[in-house]
Design a binder for this molecule. Sequence first.
Ligand code: V47
Length: 367
Amino acid sequence: MQFSFDTKLNSIAAKVEAGERLTFDEGIALYKTDDLNALGKLADFVRRKKHGRTTYFNVNRHFNHTNICVADCKFCGFYRRARQEDAYTHSIEEGIEIARNAVAEGATELHIVGGLNSKLPFAYYTDLFSSLKREFPNLHLKALTMVELDFMARFYKMSDEEVIERLKAAGMDSCPGGGAEIFAEPTRSRICDHKCDGNRWLELAGKVHKAGLKTNATMLYGHIETIEDRVDHFIKLRQQQDKTDGFQCFIPLAFYPNGTALSSLPGPDAIDNLKTIAVSRLMIDNFDHIKAYWVMLGKHTAQTALHFGANDLDGTITDGGELTESYAVENGEVKMSRAELITMIENAGFEAVERDTVYNRVECQAA
Ligand code: V47
């Protein structure tokens, strides 16, 4: 039996087997194939070569310190203007209380992101991080996207290097992958024209890597972007990784339209979600980890995605924070127990491994 009824997929399969890098046109062909099984098999081949049956998850919590934001992104249902009734900024004491609950529940990571808030002084961030580190020295602070770092450099009039070094000295351990959205123009400007552009996002990621910190990368898909935009995004990430080798993980983010300025769009379906996981695994050949983020994919698709190239499900989340709740597809549900995550992974035929943020194994405590 031949590998696929799609002849293009057969020639791509030969390259993948030989460990050769795929081209832009091959990325498009992967997206356009109707042979979902063969695409999944190919991505699973690469995933098993890198990780065998290991599937990672972590115990984490999100903290969204403020929802006040000047960026006005069309896809975002989280942000508020400062004058709006439900605009908020958490105090440092509130952040510490959230972290205390998280640590009590076994969290190894606090994921900290928020809006671009021009009312906050830079000291808010350094005080927040140093206070958290003082109380919880072992809690990993995965904090601030490249978009937030760009805003800080411009708003507080500091060099990129100074922003990164001062935040690192205060306790920032790594950076999450948000804000990448879609790099290609004119699409990026149409959905988030007040944010830094794609080249700037990549430049800052490179600078964080040079400062010795790992970062993640994301792509927001299923809105107004084209397949070409997506493949372009993969190739730009791959090129940056070749240069600075600091990306740990790629997380495709499925657009959730409810509550956003793009609410008339349907968002991606399950086939698109699975294809995007698989194509990213095949195109971004120099990233170790592909995360199926269950909050946005839904639990069933995230579990299935483990057979389409994903080797990480993200975390328990425990308390998603307001941003996570704004895009959660599971009826606003943003937490899972460690036991449920392990069962999900094992029922899919994989071995569940609890990790910390930088992919060290964590000895599992009782579920
Ligand atoms: O940058 C915002 C996206 C991102 C919507 O690094 C939306 O481990 C879908 O980056 N529908 C923030 N997506 C979340 C993020 C993330 C999440 C989990 C793990 C990691 C990691 C990073 O969420 C934003 C934006 O791209 N987003 N609104 C929406 N309506």
